[in-house]
Structures are given as C-alpha cells and as structure tokens.
Design a protein around this ligand. Sequence first.
Ligand code: NDP
Length: 299
Amino acid sequence: MGAVLIDGKTIAAQIRERVKEQTAAFVAKTGVKPGLAAVLVGDNPASHTYVKMKRKACAEAGIESFGFELPATTTQQELEDLINVLNIRQDVHGILVQLPLPDHLNEERVLRLVNIDKDVDGFHPENIGKLAMKGREPSFVPATPSGVMRLLDEMKVPLAGANAVVLGRSNIVGMPVALLLVRRDATVTVCHSRTKDLPGVVRQADVLIAAVGRANMVKQSWLKPGAVVIDVGINRVDDPSAKNGTRLVGDVDFEEAEQVAGMITPVPGGVGPMTIAMLLENTLTAAKRIVGEATPSKA
Ligand code: NDP
C-alpha cells in the first residue's frame, strides 16, 4: 500500500487564506497595513525568483511589501545603513534579508542588526539561541523549519518519544528543525556529510526530515516501514521528457519511498509552499505585536 501524501500545497493555501482574513480584520481594526521589507543584494537568479514569489504572496494576503534590490557591489556599510532605516520605519513590520549574501558581506553582522521584533525570518542569532534554550521563546521561528513542524502537526504525527532523524545541519533548515523536534520531546539524531552508515541511522527514524540538497539520495531500503518522511530538498535534475528539459526532485527517491513510508511529502508541493505561508504568518504576527495586538509566540 502506498504512503499517505502530505499535501503541503493545500495546507499552505489554507494558511494563506487564514492570514488574508486575519490581515483584513487587523487593518479594519487598527488602520495599519502589515508591511514586509524584502532586501536582496546581487544577481542570484534563484534569490530573485524567491523574493518575487514572496512579494506576490504578500500582495495576495493584503500585506504591503517593499522591495530593496541592491547591486552586488553594495558595501557592508550601505547594507547596514538600509537595515537601520528599516528597523525604525513605522510602515515596516517585518524585515527579510534574502540569503545568501554576496561573499564580501558579513552575513552574521547584517542578521544581528535586524530589529528582533521585525526578524520575521527568525535568523537573528538571539532568536536561534533562544530556540536552543529550555524555557525561552524565540520571537520568530525560521519559516522553512516552522513549515515542517506545521505539516507534522496538521497530519497529527506523534512526536513525543518518537525517533526523529534530521539529514542536514544547516543554520536555515537542519539545525532549527532539530531544535524544534527536541522541544517537542522527540529523540533527535542529526546527520551530516561525516555521518557513518547513513542508511542504518535513517532506518531508526519514525520521522525523517531530509534537508541535504542531494537529488533522490534516500532510498526505500533506508526507511523503516511506516516512517513519516518530510523532504525539504529542492534539486533540479535533467528530464528530457519535461518541457524545459529539467524537473525538480527532493532528497528522497519519492517513487521508491512512497511504497514503504507511512506518510510522505512530494517535491514540489510539500515543504516549499509552506515556507512562504509561514513567512506571511510571521509578518502578520510582527505587525500585531508592534501595534500591541498579540502575545509572544510559542515555538
Ligand atoms: P546546505 O547545503 O546549507 O546544508 C546541507 C546539509 O546537508 C549540510 O549539513 C551537509 O553536511 C549535509 N549533507 C550534504 N551532503 C550530504 C551527504 N551526502 N550525506 C549526509 N549529509 C549531507 O543546505 P540547506 O540546508 O540550505 O538546504 C538543504 C536542501 O533544502 C536544499 O536542497 C535546498 O534547496 C532545500 N531548501 C528548501 C527550502 C524550501 O522552502 N522547501 C528552503 C531552504 C532550503 P555538512 O554540514 O557536513 O556539510
């Protein structure tokens, strides 16, 4: 029997619809329109596409978006000056700095400068630090990890006591997902490029989160029957039968994995749409907090 499909596209659409309704109610009540500033430095085509998608989603939800597209030659000082302005602008409630920044810019200094109340991407070191600490609540949780958790919750996947394996330890996906799973009482193993016997470790997983960026790496034989598989990976591979000669696949070999998994996300249509939905939710929350309408979040 095939796995239950976790339909991120539909779940994300429901969240976006809810954000749209709540935004309209917030605007009606306060006269304030939530605003997101999207800062993009350089010419990375994927980054341009992501920012465009995020701004379009804002418009659909009734959230104002302000685009700041800076040349690749932008200096650290110029970027920091912009962040300082956005930090105090009253019409900006969320600030998003699209990563990666060009190599000559100091990413950590930029992320640290973002006003923590407007850190809707959750990448401020203080927010990540709080995520790792017992009894502390970050102001915001990064969008992709929080989208992963929302999918697990929507599908009512029991996490307390479950063996969760996270493939990948990046700052933006793997590590925050692992921290969130620990907060939910899962027993978490984090794997990376130096992990020995990856298939053997993955086979212990009741819940597998794959975020490595390696096309179709996880095979059917790696999975415990009935495992819940969340595939964060987005990899472009050649496909002569596709219109543009390529297609997107995840880190998990979907055709194989769905035969044995209990639940699985597709790529595309799984985690991807959730990332934008969570960013919109965070931006509305930021506006509500700044205007004094909401209480702090619980990760
Ligand atoms: P990074 O490249 O920053 O991190 C990849 C991680 O995977 C690293 O920890 C690395 O280990 C580990 N890794 C790489 N190769 C292997 C291997 N062969 N075996 C075991 N571990 C390995 O990637 P990101 O976290 O930024 O992204 C991961 C994937 O998720 C990408 O495909 C990306 O496109 C996708 N993504 C999707 C998003 C969405 O919205 N759906 C949002 C963000 C990312 P080490 O630390 O040792 O180098």
